[in-house]
Design a protein around this ligand. Structure first.
Ligand code: GLN
Length: 186
């Protein structure tokens, strides 16, 4: 897990439950030994600033280009996007997945909500999607495969080895989205 900021401990609990040897990434030196990386929810502006100050930005971009598998949830999705709307002026995403994300797009009344999501490739019924100040995916490029939608908008998508969710699978009490991602890693 990228452990600069945000909900990485919650991801660790899920990964522990799945028997994954999860480690916390804070410095470029840690990148070498990873099979996959989770970028958690949190605050994307802060996370991006810490990517710069830790020196992780360029090596991480390189590792993703070299095929590192990544799951970005909520703020993690914003960090991985090609472009971000309603971000801070200096907010530079990594450009690892061809989509446009709009921050905090659900507005105040719907700051947080839950929705049952039909996820393509997930057996066992709908997945409990927990949305917390979630971004909206405004558009995706042709190479992006949408696996779940809510109100006609993509909420789970992948492009090659980069997976993203606008919701928080790590606090759903349901391991299946992480399992889906990890199957892809195997
Ligand atoms: N609104 C946050 C951001 O823009 C994301 C919220 C979250 O990760 N729960 O970074």
């Amino acid at each position: 897990m990228l452990a600069l900021q945000g909900a990485f401990r919650e991801h660790r609990e899920v990964l522990d439950a799945l028997g994954v040897d999860a480690v916390e990434l804070r410095r470029p030196e840690g990148l070498g030994g990873l099979d996959a990386l989770v970028i958690p929810g949190g605050e994307s502006t802060t996370m991006q600033r810490l990517l710069d100050t830790s020196g992780l930005r360029a090596p991480l971009q390189e590792a993703i280009a070299d095929g590192l598998r990544v799951l970005g949830t909520c703020a993690g999705l914003i960090v991985l996007a090609r472009s971000v709307l309603d971000g801070r002026a200096d907010q530079q995403p990594l450009g690892a997945i061809d989509l446009v994300a709009r921050r905090n797009a659900y507005g105040r009344q719907r700051d947080s909500f839950e929705a049952a999501l039909e996820v393509d490739g997930l057996a066992g019924g709908p997945f409990p999607g927990v949305f917390i100040r979630a971004p909206v995916i405004e558009s995706v490029g042709d190479a992006v495969e949408v696996r779940a939608e809510h109100n006609g908008r993509p909420v789970l998508a992948r492009q090659g080895r980069v997976w993203v969710t606008t919701f928080h699978p790590e606090i759903a009490g349901d391991l299946r989205v992480h399992e889906l991602f990890l199957q892809d890693v195997a």
